[in-house]
Design a binder for this molecule. Structure first.
Ligand code: GDP
Ligand code: MG
Length: 721
């Protein structure tokens, strides 16, 4: 241990890990990411007795199986980095549940010190724990703590260091009996594993065998690439599985869990845990609250109320700071326009950089406010109840209770934003369910798509505005659920993860906790999205600017302007005509640009859905940000600047255009709703999953949107026109 030691903090979510980590390390923290995934890696350093201790905060997890990224990461850190000791933080008020993870550390053999956290809460609830007895039964040091006040943290660190020294890095796996059936199979497998030294450089042999019995996806996969006795092991597992099914009518995973809980219970029953039920009125507040908040009838009603309120607050309160940022970037743009001489550089700085980055930074207040409330709901324990209530419905479509929030945030009630929506998929533990949610959440009618719908409805369906809007929302949900069902039964196939997220007791969150949790998420967005977005917005600007109009064409417009300026008509009329020419020039430039050429290039195909080249440019621009669709329409229809809020003139222009009819409008609504998410969302998706999936969703959503738009146009042409 020569002067340095590594301590890994582990524990179930909500056990107080973050609070304890903060109490121990104070400001000396570093936050990073585990390579390739979005699970956060937090570390901090402290000094104790001349030893420099590196404290690693492992992701919160319920077990060391491969159900979620968090569990995989925690396991990987333990076996690859081999910390000197694991400090396992358990909630003393839910000792039985929380010891489940501890048992798995014991089975792995890594040295463990147990922190019995929330001792204040336990005291209030009348829970009595004999920690000395627990320590001797578990054969590991146990320290009582109250993370909130920092009580016990010194003792904890000291005991951890002493125990680490004493064990000297030796792993001593605990051997648990899993009953006659499994024990025989385990012994048989251990023999083969040891003989071939199969994965034993990383795990104890019995652990590998257990993971095979538990059908652990990661261990099975790496076993297959290693070869060796992998196939034999799988045969033994298969036989055992069939046998267990026949005799006990269950699966090995369940049996293994039963025996682990059995072990825990047998320990707790030896006078370790007792409940003091002196006062009748001290019935658990959480249970009381739950009887209302998760009531079969009241529960969903309250839930929709809470979600709706949250959504309202996000978008109404968020509007205020968003306005400030808008003014700030508007001012920056004006200043830049004034300082930099007219030309390409000005256009690059104003349209490319300031507008691009401004568009992205505009989301920050929304994200901040939304995460403040999500963090509050999460820390209070209510979020877990929402997921629990929605789980049964969403499960039918291959999703999970935790998918509800991303959908709602993305615009599921109308007018959200897919960027925070995609980020909200982080609460999903299973990578497959997270992926399905992530790909389908952008179908929701986000706030930027609304102006497009409003424009088209005003032009063609003004009689039933509200109904059409409602139908659009309904259609979005239907598509999201059906598509995720489709994905989950094809390319992201896999069994649903059981809803094993426990319902934590309700707690009043601390302001500091909520602020820290929100800030971490907001900062990640600013830092990560910010860099890529700058590059892409410059690229889009270039596509709509280059190549510029050829010399003759540009000089023809200039000559026209001069002719008008020299003519005898009055000042005001001149001005109007010049604006008209400016707009025509802008339109010509646009058609000539790369984006314009792309628009024209796709016209033969997009005609099937009734879209001409101008619509195509707007849609290409819409990839930058859906807000751009309406403003690009403005340019393309030579109306100059169009305020997306007041698009009445544009809508009458479109309504009068012979190229447009109800079928075209319907097809465009369908397409805008479903096609590729805007690139800010795509970047966020890539950060949350991988570029492969982000690109997949871009192509898949566009193909799906186009297919349905063609159907809408063709069918609409038959019935609507
Ligand atoms: P994590 O999910 O394990 O990181 O848990 P957090 O550190 O975020 O804590 C979850 C909640 O429990 C927060 O609201 C904390 O303020 C609260 N908490 C943490 N430790 C204690 C404690 O010892 N006593 C009490 N009463 N609350 C605690
Ligand atoms: Mg935490």
């Amino acid at each position: 241990m020569n002067g340095t030691a590594t301590i890994a903090l582990a524990g179930n979510p909500n056990s107080g890990k973050t609070t304890l980590f903060n109490a121990i390390t104070g400001a000396r923290q570093r936050v990073g990411n585990y390579p390739g995934i979005t699970v956060e890696r937090k570390e901090g350093t402290i000094n104790l007795d001349d030893v420099k201790i590196n404290v690693v905060d492992l992701p919160g997890c319920y077990s060391l199986s491969a159900y979620s990224q968090e569990e995989l990461v925690a396991r990987k850190v333990l076996v690859d980095e081999r910390p000197d000791i694991v400090v396992d933080i358990v909630d003393a008020t839910r000792l039985e549940r929380h010891l489940y993870l501890a048992v798995q550390f014991f089975e792995l053999g890594i040295p463990v010190v147990l922190a019995l956290n929330m001792m204040d809460e336990a005291g209030k609830q009348g829970v009595r724990i004999d920690s000395a007895r627990l320590s001797s039964l578990l054969n590991c040091p146990v320290v009582e703590t109250v993370a909130r006040s920092g009580l016990g943290k010194q003792e904890l660190m000291r005991k951890a260091l002493d125990h680490a020294k004493q064990r000297g890095g030796i792993w001593e796996p605990l051997k648990i009996s899993y009953g006659p059936d499994l024990d025989v199979a385990l012994d048989h497998m251990v023999e083969k594993i040891e003989a071939a030294r199969f994965m034993t450089n990383r795990y104890p042999a019995r652990w590998v065998a257990l993971k095979y019995l538990e059908a652990d996806a990661e261990v099975l996969a790496s076993g297959r690439t290693l070869g060796g006795p992998a196939q034999e092991l799988e045969v033994i597992v298969q036989r055992t599985r069939e046998h267990i099914q026949k005799t006990l009518n269950t699966v090995p995973e369940a049996l293994i869990a039963d025996y682990r809980y059995g072990l825990i219970n047998s320990i707790l029953r030896q006078n370790v845990l007792s409940h003091e039920r002196t006062q009748e009125e001290r019935i658990d507040v959480s249970a009381k609250l739950d009887s209302i908040l998760t009531n079969r009838l009241l529960g969903p009603a309250i839930m929709f109320g809470v979600l709706y309120a949250m959504f309202q607050v996000t978008f109404t309160v968020g509007e205020i700071p968003m306005g400030w940022l808008e003014s700030l970037f508007g001012w920056l743009g004006e200043t830049a326009t004034a300082i930099i001489p007219e030309g390409l550089v000005q256009s690059l700085v104003v349209s490319g950089i300031i507008d691009g980055v401004g568009g992205v930074m505009g989301f920050v207040p929304l994200i901040g406010i939304m995460f403040l409330m999500i963090s509050f709901l999460e820390d209070s324990g209510y979020m877990a109840r929402v997921a629990y209530m929605l789980d049964r419905i969403l499960r039918i479509f291959g999703l999970h209770g935790c998918s509800a929030m991303p959908f709602i945030v993305s615009g599921g009630i109308m007018g959200g934003c897919a960027v925070p929506g995609v980020m909200a998929t982080r609460t999903l533990r299973s990578p497959k369910e997270k992926l399905a949610t992530l790909i389908t959440a952008p179908f929701m009618p986000c706030g930027a798509k609304l102006p497009v719908f409003l424009l088209l409805i005003a032009a063609f369906f003004s009689e039933n505005e509200a109904q059409i809007m409602f139908l659009i929302t309904l259609f979005a949900w239907t598509m999201a659920l059906l598509v995720s069902k489709l994905l989950r039964s094809t390319i992201i196939k896999g069994d649903p993860t059981p809803f094993i997220m426990e319902l934590p007791p309700y707690r009043l969150p601390t302001l500091q906790g909520v602020l820290i949790h929100s800030w971490e998420r907001v900062w990640q967005y600013i830092r990560k999205a910010g860099t890529v977005i700058l590059a892409v917005s410059v690229l889009l600007w270039a596509a709509m600017t280059f190549p510029g109009l050829p010399e003759e064409a540009a000089s023809k417009f200039a000559a026209d302007r001069q002719a008008i300026a020299a003519s005898a008509i009055d000042q005001e009329q001149q001005q109007a005509l010049i604006v008209e020419i400016d707009n025509l020039e802008a339109q010509a430039t646009l058609k000539h640009s790369v984006a314009g050429r792309i628009g024209s290039f796709f016209e033969p195909v997009s005609q099937w859905a009734g879209f001409d080249w101008r619509t195509n440019i707007a849609l290409v621009g819409g990839f930058a940000a859906k807000e751009v669709i309406v403003s690009t329409f403005g340019t393309a229809y030579s109306l100059g600047e169009v305020d997306p809020e007041d698009s009445s003139s544009l809508s009458s222009r479109i309504a009068a255009d012979p190229a447009w009819n109800k079928a075209t409008a319907l097809a465009l609504i369908v397409f805008v709703l479903l096609y590729a998410p805007c690139f800010v969302t795509v970047v966020t998706m890539a950060k949350e999953s991988s570029w492969r999936w982000a690109l997949f969703s871009t192509c898949f959503n566009t193909a799906l949107g186009f297919g349905l738009a063609v159907v809408a146009y063709q069918v609409g042409s038959l019935f609507l026109v």
